[in-house]
Design a protein around this ligand. Structure first.
Ligand code: HEC
Ligand code: HEC
Ligand code: HEC
Ligand code: HEC
Ligand code: HEC
Length: 182
């Protein structure tokens, strides 16, 4: 995979896509992930084979550029198609151009990509991302080294009460039943 000859083209893309995505991200609570239509699944298990290693690893795009609400809300947030198109209106894709074609088709139809959830706690459990980020817990503690993962899979299975409590005991965080169940 080729790198750009300097970081300037990517920096310009970042600016243009930021403008495009700001308007699309006004409502971070909007359920971008849970579209009504059943997902059309490729071999990656996702409607589009989105490579984290290329974006977060090779091109060093910050996690929060896409997972925009992780610092301030319960949910990390999944980027809207407009965030992708900010770059992929120009970046065609040299390895899997058909994936970019499908991405552009979602954008043309103004349709949210029906991503399948990978990490999900039971309905009776509350997981606040913002409290963990504020306490300095790294994404990698719970999601593994995403910069090197091509297709996201759960690395800490299952998301059991024992797993949560193990770290809470170690780090002196609350063990009160009602902080996680209410
Ligand atoms: C800041 C710019 C940027 C953003 C935002 C971005 N991408 Fe990319 N993406 C790239 C670059 C650069 C590549 C590498 C292209 C290449 O190697 O030809 C890439 C590669 C890809 C590839 C692999 C294509 C290939 O041929 O290797 C897919 C699929 C993809 N992106 C999907 C997405 C999706 C979906 C989103 C939104 C969630 C997104 N991208 C957001 C810059 C971006
Ligand atoms: C260019 C946008 C982009 C960047 C940068 C990015 N992600 Fe993602 N992320 C996505 C998209 C789109 C999905 C949904 C598709 C999937 O699961 O692969 C996703 C999914 C995830 C998931 C799984 C969500 C679920 O369904 O449970 C985790 C965990 C995650 N990202 C963590 C990270 C971390 C950590 C970083 C930084 C190291 C990062 N991401 C950087 C776009 C991005
Ligand atoms: C202490 C563990 C922990 C840390 C740290 C953490 N996550 Fe998560 N993440 C989870 C759990 C648990 C879920 C499932 C939450 C649910 O079902 O409500 C999740 C879900 C997600 C999702 C999917 C749905 C959503 O919008 O919340 C994304 C994307 C994600 N995390 C990204 C990140 C990123 C990016 C970081 C770092 C900036 C991060 N996470 C830090 C444990 C963690
Ligand atoms: C890797 C360590 C780690 C893991 C794993 C972890 N947590 Fe935490 N959690 C923390 C830390 C550190 C804090 C912050 C404590 C503080 O703010 O004083 C915290 C805070 C919280 C809070 C807020 C507590 C309060 O006092 O209001 C809740 C709720 C919570 N976590 C739920 C969960 C759940 C549910 C899981 C499992 C799905 C989980 N955590 C997994 C480290 C972790
Ligand atoms: C740090 C977060 C956290 C705390 C504190 C916590 N739990 Fe849980 N609890 C969980 C998670 C996550 C699950 C879901 C486990 C799963 O789906 O496998 C769970 C599941 C449960 C279940 C359902 C078991 C099952 O088989 O699904 C019960 C009952 C429960 N907890 C009771 C309690 C009680 C009582 C306390 C206080 C002594 C407590 N929990 C404290 C995170 C927590």
């Amino acid at each position: 995979m080729k790198k750009p000859c300097s970081s300037l083209p990517l920096a310009m893309l970042l600016v243009s896509t930021l403008v495009a995505s700001l308007s699309a991200q006004e409502d971070p609570t909007q359920e971008q992930t849970e579209a009504a239509a059943p997902a059309e699944i490729g071999p990656s298990g996702q409607p589009i084979a989105f490579p984290h290693d290329v974006h977060a690893g090779e091109y060093e795009i910050d996690c929060q550029y896409c997972h925009f609400s992780v610092e301030r809300s319960m949910r990390a947030g999944i980027p809207p198609v407009a965030t992708c198109i900010g770059c992929h209106a120009f970046v065609a894709g040299s390895q899997n151009p058909e994936e970019i074609t499908r991405l552009r088709e979602y954008a043309d139809r103004q349709e949210a990509i029906p991503w399948n959830r990978i990490y999900k706690v039971a309905d009776h459990v509350q997981f606040p991302h913002m409290r963990h980020i504020a306490a300095g817990v790294e994404c990698s503690n719970c999601h593994g080294n995403v910069q090197e993962i091509e297709v996201i899979q759960q690395v800490n299975q299952p998301l059991s009460m024992g797993w949560c409590l193990g770290c809470h005991i170690e780090s002196g965080a609350s063990r009160d039943c009602t902080v996680c169940h209410y």
